[in-house]
Ligand binder design. Structure first.
Ligand code: SF4
Ligand SMILES: [Zn+2]
Length: 328
């Protein structure tokens, strides 16, 4: 089956939002608006080249207004805007549980930090105070919400700001089908605005979004990383496309989507590292085992990917005697 045949087997050309929303299950749980729905510490290579401790806090807030084809973040959101003061309390709660004051802090909110229905702008000063110890703060935003509010938040912070944006893919047929509702020009304009204002840019790139086979998924992940770097992104985070939102399960049933193999993510990281210039390329290792087909070499491969994330170098390939190749 060629690409043209694969695209649009079941997925509609129009009213994608309604189709995507119709595939959803019920919202899984009622969340406490005064508690984040997740938080953890990890290590990350900073722009300086040092490996620093980094906290990620997954804020609880109102659902994102977009309906992207591959997104399951709505599962951990609320139907209504959280009360004034709730977001700073969530951050305080996570930091007290983590008992850490890491150099970097990511405030990820399952949507856009600059969506006023998600993060009340009146809370910006209190949020900035709760993270004043951090050298670098990372938030996420849809490119179309990058504007003056970003500068207001930047000016409240003690140190530097980075905005992460989901580029997802530069594939000209797949990007519109993801229902992101932006064009590449929006991404590059938003990235330019951020750079011009001294704000770092991080791009999320999908490895093997729907409608692409394994080889295309690899090829377009690398092309997308290159595009993000050319727009001035200093970090590209490669995300293996994960099912879980209902829509992707429907596309799996019709052959329009299958998750990438671990080897594809591993190779995408290697190839993007080769073209990174001064940028950093990371592969997302969360729940990585679902992409592996060989339990014997999985842990070695996970460690190899982690090592590439931290060192930005490419170690020798893993040659597995059980799955019989350098890839699995
Ligand atoms: S903009 Fe981001 S958070 Fe919102 S639906 Fe799309 S992928 Fe999900
Ligand atoms: Zn193996």
């Amino acid at each position: 089956m060629n690409h043209r045949q694969r695209v649009g087997l079941i997925f509609p050309a129009h009213d994608r939002t309604a189709w995507i929303t119709a595939q959803r299950s019920a919202r899984p749980s009622i969340l406490d608006p005064f508690k984040p729905h997740g938080f953890f510490l990890e290590e990350e290579r900073a722009a300086s080249g040092q490996v620093v401790s980094s906290a990620t806090i997954l804020l609880t807030n109102k659902e994102c207004p977009w309906r992207c084809l591959m997104c399951d973040l709505w599962k951990n959101t609320t139907a209504q805007t959280v009360p004034h003061g709730a977001i700073p309390r969530q951050i305080d709660y996570a930091l007290s549980q983590l008992r850490a004051r890491p150099k970097q802090i990511k405030l990820y909110n399952s949507g856009s930090f600059f969506d006023s229905a998600a993060i009340p702008p009146a809370d910006f000063p209190a949020i900035a105070r709760t993270v004043a110890f951090a050298k670098h703060v990372v938030v996420e935003s849809h490119p179309r919400l990058v504007g003056g509010e970003v500068l207001r938040f930047r000016d409240l912070l003690a140190d530097s700001l980075e905005v992460a944006m989901g580029l997802e893919t530069v594939h000209p047929q797949v990007l519109p089908r993801l229902n992101k509702k932006f064009e590449l020009a929006h991404f590059s304009q938003a990235a330019g605005f951020l750079r011009d204002n001294g704000i770092a840019v991080r791009a999320f790139v999908l490895v093997k979004p729907p409608f692409l086979n394994e080889a295309e998924g690899l090829e377009w992940a690398v092309k997308s990383a290159e595009f993000a770097l050319s727009c001035g992104a200093t970090v590209v985070s490669l995300i293996p496309t994960r099912p879980g939102n209902g829509a992707l399960e429907r596309l799996m049933a019709t052959g329009e989507f299958s998750p990438p193999r671990l080897a594809t993510l591993e190779k995408a990281l290697e190839l993007a590292l080769e073209v990174r210039g001064d940028g950093r390329i990371f592969a997302d290792t969360w729940d990585l085992e679902q992409f592996s087909r060989c339990p014997i070499c999985f842990e070695k491969r996970r460690q190899r990917i982690h090592a590439m994330n931290l060192s930005q170098r490419i170690p020798p390939a893993i040659d597995c005697l059980v799955c019989g190749s350098k890839t699995n």
